[in-house]
Each structure stands twice: as C-alpha cells, then as structure tokens.
Design a protein around this ligand. Structure first.
Ligand SMILES: *Cc1c(COP(=O)(O)O)cnc(C)c1O
Length: 402
C-alpha cells in the first residue's frame, strides 16, 4: 500500500463504491466470530444463523415495501441484474415473447446481458435517453409490443445521476402486463423506493453502494412472477440461488440499509446543497457543461464535461491534489472509448472524453467542496495549456462544441 500522505484525501467516488459504515461493520462482526453456523443446518448453531438471515431479509423487505419472501440474496448488483433479465427472458421465450425494452445508458451488467440475449435470438429496443438523460413513460408505452417479455430501465444512472420516472413506467408496464425490472443500485438507500407504489416487478440492489459490504446484494421479485434458478445447488433462496448464504455481509447490508434510510432525508439535503455549489462553481469554467437533467437527479452525483481535455489526465492530476474522483466512463477499464452514457446523451466524442464525475456521501463537507472548487479549475487550465486540441479551439481552427 502507498504511504498515506499528509494531505487529507477527499473521496468523491461514492458511485463506484462507498466506505462501510461503522454500524455495518459492527453488525457483521458477531457473524464473523460467534455466529458461524450454516443457516441450512438443523442444529441450534445453524438455527441462530437462520434467524439472523431471515431477520435481515425482513428488514430489507420492509425498506422496499415488499414481503420477505420476495427478497433473494445475491453476490451483488451485477448478479441480481443478470438473474432478473435472464429469468424474464426465459419465461418470455416459453410464451413466444422474445422482445425486450431497455435504455441506451444502462449499467454494463444490464447492457452486456442484453447483448448476449440478442445473440440468442432476442430483439432489444434501446430507448434513446435524450440530451438530458431521462426516458419517459410514453416512450416505454409506445415501444411495448405483443411479444415484449420485459422492460428494464434503471432507477438512477450511475454516471450522471439522473432519476427516471419509475412509478410512471411501472404503471404503464402493469397496465400492459409486461414484467418491469429496474436496476436500482444507485437509488436504494439514497432516494425513496417503494416497489408496490411504483409497480416494480423486479429490482436489483447492492450493499456497497449504501455503505454496506462489497460482494452482496439482493433481487426483489414480486410474488407470482416466475423466477428462474440462477445458480444450481442447494435449496437456499427458495431454490433460486444455490450456495451457502454470506451471512455476515447480508446482516451488514441490512444494517447499512436501515442506517441509510433513517438518515436519507437529512443526507440528501446536505448532499444537494454541496452538489449545487459544485455545479454553480464548476459551471464558471469556460466551455464546461453539466451532464444530465438539472432537477431530475440524485442529490449526490455531479457529472461535468470540460472541452479540450482528457478525463484521465484530469483524474490523475486531481488525485495529486488529494481528490479521488472518476471520469464516470469505461476509460478506467483500459479502453479509450468514451462513456456510452455520455454518448447516449448525444455528446460528441471529443466532449465526452473530458468528463468528471463527483459522487458525494454524507461525509463530504463544505470544506471538501472548497478544495474541489479550487482544484478543478486549476487542473483544467493546466491540461488545456498542454492540449493541442484546446490550442486549435482557441485559435478558431476548430469550433467550440460546448
Ligand atoms: C455498481 C452498480 C452495479 C453493479 O453492482 P455490483 O454490486 O458492483 O455488482 C449495477 N448497476 C448500477 C447502476 C451500479 O451503479
């Protein structure tokens, strides 16, 4: 590990992952020590574990407004997305329905599953998300066909933070009797989610996006809707997902969700104020642009583009200033393609390359925002000074795009 520098690290990459809360760590600890039983064992050690498992399930169900038996534990958001989509596709195919509706800016756990299904004979309609990154229920309604097996639309986008009209989409899907799945990984614990009121049939969540542990998540699947077995094995999770349950992390996830939900309103108000300051301050940088709708957004994510620079350079220099952020794009995976989310907004490649995502948590302070507001303009100016693209823009050899 790198030696810790004297400078305080400002972590504003909470959409990538969050720090586990003290409460979650504390909740997990007895299940790493004393309560080591297998919930499937019939003896008392196992039964104590089983009780804790079912208590966690009930607590998570309560937060989503569903029944405990509608919650299936998974290894995270990606697995929940895979299982939900695969299951609905399988059920649809049995009835001759091989059409799926989604959006162009889903998480790769959804998009890559859909791409695979396309290779298996399914047809997928990717709804355009428009320049503001929001789809409408009308778009969904007009895309639904006789052979539509599933609608899957994310609750909140992980790169730009826009929130979709989930309740309206749910209403449309329920009326047309088409199963509706939402990847709510960025929403659960951050904004109110009610699967009943919103007519959601399937929902994915992940522990590590709300200060729980990594490698644990859940899939909600409405009772009555068939759910295919994803991992063959024992009878765990009502036979839908074999494998001994990760009890310490499941208990910690339930605790983290309770904690996040208890503080939700207060956290959101605080984060929104800080994000408003960031948006106002960073918008003063010439040729910059906020990505995503100004209002229909999570309180905690700001995504901006700065013309004439590369996001990666920006991140590395910000890291030197003690600011851990993200470009919000796939660049980090070694590919130099700009983010599919930003391209879905219609941004030109050159602009999409210069993106910055700041995702806050309740731990972010006004002082942190001061530091970011001082660092980003400085770093952007420095990168532009070195950029041949910027030089061409400034000389008028190329037109500014933003
Ligand atoms: C993080 C994330 C996922 C993946 O969740 P994991 O638990 O890391 O597998 C899926 N969808 C969205 C929107 C996310 O932000």
């Amino acid at each position: 590990m790198k030696a810790a520098s004297e400078k305080k690290t400002i972590y504003v990459d909470n959409a990538a992952t969050t720090a586990m809360s003290e409460r979650a760590i504390k909740a997990a600890t007895p299940y790493l020590r004393e309560v080591y039983g297998n919930p499937s064992s019939l003896h008392s050690v196992g039964q104590i574990a089983k009780e804790a498992l079912e208590d966690a399930r009930a607590r998570i169900a309560k937060r989503l407004n569903c029944e405990p038996r509608e919650i299936y534990f998974t290894s995270g958001g990606s697995e929940a997305d895979n299982q939900a989509i695969r299951s609905a596709a399988e059920t649809g195919a049995k009835r001759g329905k091989k059409h799926i509706i989604s959006t162009a800016f889903e998480h790769h756990a959804v998009l890559h599953t859909l791409k695979k299904l396309e290779g298996e004979g399914f047809e997928v309609t990717y709804l355009p998300v428009g320049p503001l990154g929001v789809v409408t229920a009308e778009q969904v309604a007009s895309a639904i066909r006789e052979d539509t097996a599933l609608v899957t639309v994310m609750f909140a986008n992980n790169e730009i933070g826009t929130v979709q009209p989930i309740a309206e989409i749910g209403e449309v899907c329920r009326a047309k009797k088409v199963p509706f799945h939402t990847d709510a990984v960025q929403a659960v614990g951050h904004v109110p989610v009610d699967v009943k009121a919103m007519n959601i049939d399937m929902l994915s969540l992940s522990g590590h996006k709300f200060h729980g542990p990594k490698g644990v998540g859940a899939l909600y699947c409405r009772r009555g809707l068939p759910l295919a077995t994803f991992i063959e094995g024992g009878a765990q999770e009502r036979g839908r997902r074999g494998g001994t349950e990760n009890l310490p992390w499941i208990v910690a996830m339930a605790e983290a969700l309770d904690e996040s939900c208890e503080a939700m309103q207060k956290t959101a108000e605080k984060e929104k104020k800080l994000c408003d300051r960031l948006i106002e301050g960073l918008s003063k940088i010439p040729h910059s642009k906020l990505n995503g709708d100004r209002v229909k957004r999570l309180p905690s994510i700001v995504n901006m583009c700065f013309e004439g620079i590369e996001g990666e350079g920006l991140l590395l220099l910000l890291d030197d200033e003690g600011v851990c952020a993200s470009s919000g794009s796939a660049c980090t995976s070694g590919s130099l393609d700009p983010s599919h989310v930003l391209l879905a907004l219609g941004l030109p490649h050159e602009v999409a390359h210069g993106s910055l995502r700041l995702s806050l948590s309740e731990a972010t302070t006004d002082k942190d925002v001061d530091v970011i507001l001082a660092a980003v303009p400085k770093v952007v100016a420095r990168l532009r000074d070195m950029s041949p693209v910027w030089e061409a823009l400034e000389k008028g050899e190329k037109p500014h795009l933003i």
